[in-house]
Design a binder for this molecule. Structure first.
Ligand SMILES: [Ca+2]
Ligand SMILES: [Ca+2]
Length: 230
C-alpha cells in the first residue's frame, strides 16, 4: 500500500520537478564568442534573498537574452550569507558600447521583473563580483518599460512625458514632480540603450499609433523595444 502511495506521489511530483528546472529564458550560448561571469545576489527591500530557488535570473542586451542562470548546470553557490547565482553573460563585441541589463522571473508570482538602475558593459574585467561579495540585483522597484506614468497603460501620455522630460524640463525629474507630473524614470529607456531621449519617445509613439501595440511586429521591423509583448 505504502509503495503504491509512494509511486503515485512520485508520478505527480516528477513531471513537476522536470518542468521546474526549465529556466524562464533561454539563450543560445554557441552564438557568442566571449563571456563574462557575474556573481549575482538578489535583494528585496534592503534584505538579501538567501534562497534563489524561486527565481530565474537573466542578462539582456536590448531584448536579446545574453545569458541565464542554468540550475541544471549547478550555477548556484551556497555561501554563509545566502545563495549566489553564477550568471555567464555573452557577447560577440567586447567594446563598452553594449549595455547589459538584467531581468528576474518570480516563479510564484509568474512575474518578469526588470531590474532597475543596474547595467554593466563588457570591459577587461573577466568577472564581476565574487561568491563572498556578489553583484547585487535589487528587485524592489517594479515597472513596465514604456509605462512612464505607471498607470498600467502604454499610450501617448507616456510618449509625451518622455518627450517633455527631454525637451521641456531639461531632464529634471524634480521639476516634473513639482509640475505635478508622475514620471517613472526607470520605465522611460524603452530601447535599453542607457539614454532617455527622443528615440524612446518616438518608440512609444510608434508602438501606440503605427504598430497597434504589437511588439513582435516592431521587433520584426528591426526596432529594439523592451515593452513586453501582450
Ligand atoms: Ca502609462
Ligand atoms: Ca533609450
Amino acid at each position: 500500500m505504502k509503495k503504491k502511495i509512494l509511486f503515485t506521489l512520485l508520478s505527480i511530483l516528477l513531471p513537476l520537478g522536470i518542468r521546474a528546472q526549465e529556466a524562464h529564458w533561454q539563450c543560445n550560448e554557441h552564438d557568442f564568442q566571449y563571456d563574462k561571469t557575474i556573481y549575482v545576489s538578489l535583494e528585496l527591500e534592503d534584505q538579501r534573498i538567501t534562497d534563489l530557488s524561486n527565481y530565474d535570473i537573466a542578462a539582456f542586451c536590448g531584448n536579446e537574452c545574453r545569458g541565464f542562470v542554468d540550475v541544471k548546470k549547478n550555477e548556484i553557490l551556497d555561501t554563509p550569507s545566502g545563495q549566489v547565482a553564477i550568471l555567464r553573460v555573452r557577447t560577440n563585441n567586447l567594446s563598452a558600447s553594449e549595455i547589459i541589463t538584467f531581468k528576474v522571473y518570480d516563479k510564484t508570482e509568474e512575474e518578469e521583473i526588470n531590474v532597475a538602475n543596474t547595467k554593466i558593459t563588457f570591459s577587461d574585467e573577466t568577472a564581476v563580483g565574487s561568491g563572498s561579495s556578489p553583484f547585487k540585483l535589487d528587485i524592489t522597484i517594479r515597472y513596465t518599460p514604456g509605462d512612464t506614468n505607471d498607470d498600467g497603460e502604454i499610450d501617448l501620455t507616456d510618449a509625451s512625458l518622455v518627450f517633455r522630460y527631454y525637451t521641456e524640463f531639461d531632464e529634471d525629474i524634480e521639476a516634473m514632480a513639482e509640475a505635478g507630473l508622475v514620471y517613472n524614470i526607470q520605465a522611460a529607456d524603452v530601447n535599453g540603450d542607457g539614454e532617455i531621449d527622443l528615440t524612446d519617445a518616438s518608440l512609444i509613439f510608434r508602438y501606440y499609433t503605427e504598430f497597434d501595440e504589437d511588439v513582435d511586429a516592431m521587433n520584426e521591423a528591426g526596432l529594439t523595444v523592451l515593452i513586453p509583448s501582450k
